[in-house]
Design a protein around this ligand. Sequence first.
Ligand code: SF4
Length: 372
Amino acid sequence: MQAQPRLPLLPVAEANPSDWRWQIRHAITSVEALETSLRLTPEEREGARRAQEQGLPISITPYYLSLCDPHDPACPVRLQCVPRAEEAQVSPGDMEDPLGEVAHEVAPELVQRYPDRALLLVTDRCAVYCRFCTRSRMVGDGGGARSLDRLEPAFQYLESHPQIRDVIVSGGDPMAMATERLVAVLQRLRRMEHLDTIRIATRVPVTLPQRVTGELIEALRPLHPLWVMTHFNHPKELSPEALEACRRLADGGFPVMNQTVLLRGINDDAGTLERLFRGLIRARVRPYYLLQADPVKGTGHLRTSIDRGLALMEALQGRLTGIALPKYIVDTPGGMGKVPVLPGYVVARRPGETDLRTYRGVVVTYRDPPEG
Ligand code: SF4
C-alpha cells in the first residue's frame, strides 16, 4: 500500500520545511486545511469550527502535524493540537485564568506570584496552540510580539525590585519571535545585575524544532546564563528534529529543563512517562516538573485526577533513575503557588523515629540522632 503523504501538498518550488519561517507561514489555521491532512471525526470538525470563531485559535506547524496519525483521533500528538467539541463544555472548577495571572500583574505583561521571581509575557503567538494551554485567555489574541516600549514599565518594575532574582520570559512562545526582538528583550534584562537567572519558556523544540538554528544559538550565547524551559509531553515528540534542537541547545551551553503536563489519554500511563523521561535525559534535557493540568475552561476532557498523578509517581519511583524523575506539582487554582505532591511514603512518626515505605513496599524505620 502506498504511504500517506505526511505534509500538506504544496508547490515544490515553495516547499522548504527545514526553514522555521516556512513552517510558521504554512501553519494550519483552518478546519478546511486540517481536513486535507487528517481524517477528522465529527467531534474534531465541530471543535475546529468553533476554534475558528472563538477562544483559542488553531495553529499547527506542518512539522507537528506530520507527527499526528492521520487516521487515529486518539493519537497523543493529535489530541494536543486538534480542537475537539468537548472544549465547549465547562467542568466544575474550570477557570479562564486558573493561575490568577491577571490578579498578580504588577506591570503590563509582568506577573509576580512569588517574592523572588516574575513572569514576563513578551508575545501572544506560538507555533502551535496547545488545546490544554493555561494561558488560552490571551495566546493568539492577535497582539503579536510586544514592543520594547510596551515592556518598558515591566523592565522598570524589575529594576526597582532587586529581590526578584529570576525572570521567566514567556508568552506565547518567545522563540516564535524574530531573533532580533528576542535578543533585544534579553539584552534589556541582562543589564539587571540582580538577576541570577533568565529563563526562556518555549515549546519550539517540540512544535517547531527547525527554529533552533545555529544563528539563534549564536545570537543568544553572549547573553548566558540563559536557561531553556521546554515542554515535551509524549515520547512521540522526541523526533530526530526535536532531538537535534535539544542537542544544539545543550551544546550551546543552555541548561534545558522540561515541564510535562499530565494529560488524559495522552501520557497518563507509567510506561509512556517512563519512555518520555528516559528519552529526555538521553537528550540532556532534565525532566523537571510533571504538572497536574490546570483547570482551564474547556479542558476537562484532557485532565486527570490527582489520584491518577500520585499513582503514576508511585509507579515511577524506584523504577526510574532520580535524574529522570520530575517533581509532581499542582499549581494551585487562584495563583496561590505551586505545591509538590508526593505519594504517602511517611507511614508513621514518633518522637525520634519515622517509619518510611520504600518503593519495594517495605516499611523501614529511620532513627534521628540524639539531640545534642
Ligand atoms: S506553546 Fe505554551 S503558551 Fe503556546 S499554546 Fe502551547 S502551552 Fe500555551
